[in-house]
Design a protein around this ligand. Structure first.
Ligand code: ADP
Length: 253
């Protein structure tokens, strides 16, 4: 990597749909709002959604020099590169065979002109297969943040993700339980739609830090779909959780 990148965080999950991209995006925005210079690499090559979540899907990336690619400027401190800029239509799946995918991943990791960064946040492909493996191997010194939801089916997969990170000798910053409880807008009671608390137990069992729990919040969906990450909403209690998670991550360095 030609630039100085102080911290690399790989956001992992054992399975898709648990909010990995949502967490990666909101953490990146939170860190950038705190004045840090942040790169966000959307390496989820089968489901690249970060440009949409940040409202920059219509921009175009530029290549120059020896194939270096300029990331998109989301704000003065936040820069994004996504595989979605390389595929012509948003509904086109990537059906490339292994070696072509690995080439793409390598290009993504090595040929982006980020400039110097305080944080590079990588939204890794879900699971514990070849693609997250290549990304981890291409980014020595990267640390892992594991995202799970509270249901047993997700917790089981997140245990695999934790062991995967351990086998690769990645330092694990910790585990985040997303979609943890739902506050009823009518009575204010917390309803554990998908259960809650399993993430913390798993973190204890594997001896890794539990970073916190993010509730189910319909505003997360609306804000993600409209390109305005929830963390920018000053009135949102979920935004405050993302900001405090960013503080925990900053302290971990
Ligand atoms: P993944 O990257 O793990 O596949 P996404 O971040 O794309 O998951 O999230 C899947 C869906 O769940 C999206 O529609 C997103 O807005 C929604 N979502 C994620 N986290 C929450 C949450 N805490 N509350 C409500 N919806 C959420």
């Amino acid at each position: 990597m030609p630039n100085e990148i102080k911290n690399v965080l790989l956001v992992f999950s054992g399975k898709g749909g648990v909010g990995k991209s949502t967490v990666a995006t909101n953490l990146a925005v939170a860190l950038s709002q705190k004045g840090l210079r942040v790169g966000l690499l959307d390496a989820d090559i089968h489901g690249p959604n970060l440009a949409l979540m940040l409202g920059v899907q219509d921009k175009e990336t530029l290549s120059y020099g020896e194939d270096l690619i300029m990331p998109i400027e989301v704000n003065e401190n936040l820069f994004l590169i996504s595989v979605s800029y390389l595929i012509p239509e948003t509904d086109t799946p990537i059906i490339w065979r292994g070696p072509a995918k690995m080439k793409l991943i390598e290009k993504f990791v090595n040929q982006i002109d980020w400039g110097d960064l305080d944080y590079l946040i990588v939204d890794a492909p879900p699971g514990t297969g070849d693609e997250p493996l290549s990304i981890a191997q291409l980014l020595p010194g990267a640390k892992a943040v594991v995202i799970t939801t509270p249901q047993d089916v997700s917790l089981l997969d997140s245990m695999k993700a934790i062991n995967f990170a351990k086998k690769l000798k990645l330092e694990i910053v910790g585990l985040i339980e997303n979609m943890s409880g739902y506050k009823c807008p009518h009575c204010g009671k917390i309803v554990d739609l998908f259960k809650s608390g399993g993430g913390e137990k798993i973190a204890q069992k594997y001896g890794i830090p539990f970073l916190g729990a993010i509730p189910i919040d319909p505003k997360v969906v609306i804000s993600g779909d409209s390109g305005h990450p929830i963390v920018k909403d000053n009135d949102s209690s979920t935004a405050k959780i993302f900001l405090s998670l960013a503080d925990i991550i900053i302290k971990d360095k």
